[in-house]
Write a protein that binds this ligand. Structure first.
Ligand code: UD1
Length: 360
């Protein structure tokens, strides 16, 4: 049973589902918790990535983190009881990941966590709690990078449970790269390749407080004076921009504001951006592989390999630092694509080989 719930799960699950379906040893149940439910946050990814229709959609929707996690647990338990899977697979670090991990463990069902071991060492981040707890419960911990293995060993996880397999999100990126490039989504916004910045923001710490969001908006307006900026807006961020009266300022500064984009359109835009500014985790990895400069608007990252071996820089959250880092990047050449070890498009196949043992 593979459980997915929120946008960053879907592109990770896409390659995994394909590899599982190619292996006759597996009989897959795909469960969508419904944590994300909008067309632009969920359905479009199923269509574009060729994910099968979920066997069940639990329809939990939005709520406080506690309530959302609890709702997933309550709705998933009857499915687990009825279906009696040999193995539950969870991906990433969203609330649905944690909730499904807890239910599987309570029913003594083996648990596999894909993208295990990442740590920001910042427990104010909801995802950090989800990662630590899910990893403590899991029987098979599949990691994307050697730093993740080290983190898990330091936390006392038995080494025989840890498998360094590479990055499933990059499996999907490499599979769809040419199709995405062919869309030339930049033309839809009247942009020239390598002559625009692409922005995403959605972390509660960045967008839920008026003063912080104002500072980020100021930085984006400074950047927009130098170069076109495209900003697909996450629903959480849109709601806060409206609440704090900041949406009009962005529009008046000429920033191109859009709904969240589908997977292929976003990849297309990202692949020809001059600079990406983001607080996402996955985008730090994707820009590394695509060879695009990434400025991460956070003080820490659970993906340090994108800094040490990739195109990513942590620039924090103040207007001055963000704008200075942006100007510094503009004076540099384009970045080159980088592939950390085992980010080779075959992580899902390695995972399926390992999980074959788990279901026998
Ligand atoms: C969640 C994940 C985060 C991930 C992000 C990607 C957790 C703790 N957080 O954060 O790790 O990076 O997804 O998007 O699981 N909303 C909609 N439509 C939707 C979904 C949400 O309008 O389809 C709005 C609702 O107002 C909701 C808010 O967005 O309250 C936040 O959604 P939620 O699922 O709580 O978390 P994200 O901020 O999306």
């Amino acid at each position: 049973m593979l459980v997915v719930g929120a946008r960053p799960n879907f592109m990770k699950a896409a390659s995994l589902v394909r590899a599982i379906q190619d292996d006759p040893n597996f009989d897959l149940a795909l469960i969508h918790t419904g944590q994300h439910y909008d067309d632009k946050m969920s359905h479009i990814f199923f269509e574009e990535l060729g994910l099968p229709k979920p066997d069940v959609d639990l329809g939990v929707g939005s709520a406080s983190h506690t309530e959302q996690t609890a709702r997933v647990m309550l709705a998933l338990e009857p499915e687990i009881i009825a279906r009696q899977p040999n193995l539950v697979i969870v991906v990433g670090d969203v609330n649905s990941t944690l909730a499904a991990g807890l239910v599987a463990s309570k029913h003594n069902i083996q648990l596999s966590h894909i993208e295990a071991g990442l740590r920001s060492f910042d427990r104010t981040m909801p995802e950090e709690i989800n990662r630590i707890v899910t990893d403590a419960l899991a029987d098979y911990l599949l990691t994307p990078s050697p730093d993740a293995d080290e983190n898990l060993k330091r936390e006392g996880i038995a080494p025989e449970k840890i498998f360094f397999v590479g990055n499933v999100m990059i499996d999907t990126l490499l599979r769809f790269k040419q199709i995405a490039l062919g869309l030339e989504t930049w033309t839809r916004f009247d942009l020239q390749p390598r002559a625009y910045s692409l922005v995403t923001l959605h972390r509660p710490a960045n967008v839920d407080g008026a003063a912080q969001l104002q500072d980020l908006v100021n930085a984006l307006m400074d950047i927009a004076r130098q170069m076109p900026v495209v900003f697909p807006i996450h629903p959480r961020t849109r709601a806060n921009l409206i609440r704090f009266g900041l949406l009009d300022a962005l529009a008046n500064a000429g920033i191109i504001l859009t709904e969240p984009l589908g997977y292929l359109e976003f990849q297309s835009l990202m692949s020809q951006a001059r600079v990406v500014l983001t607080d996402s985790g996955g985008i730090q990895e994707e820009t590394t592989v695509l060879g695009i400069h990434c400025l991460t608007l956070r003080e820490n990252t659970e993906r340090p390999i994108t800094v040490t071996q990739g195109t990513n820089q942590l620039v924090g959250l103040t207007r001055a630092r963000i704008v200075a880092a942006f100007n510094a990047v503009l004076s540099q050449d384009h970045a080159s694509p980088r592939l950390p070890h085992l980010w080779d498009g075959h992580a899902s196949e390695r995972i399926v080989k390992i999980l074959r043992d788990a279901i026998h």
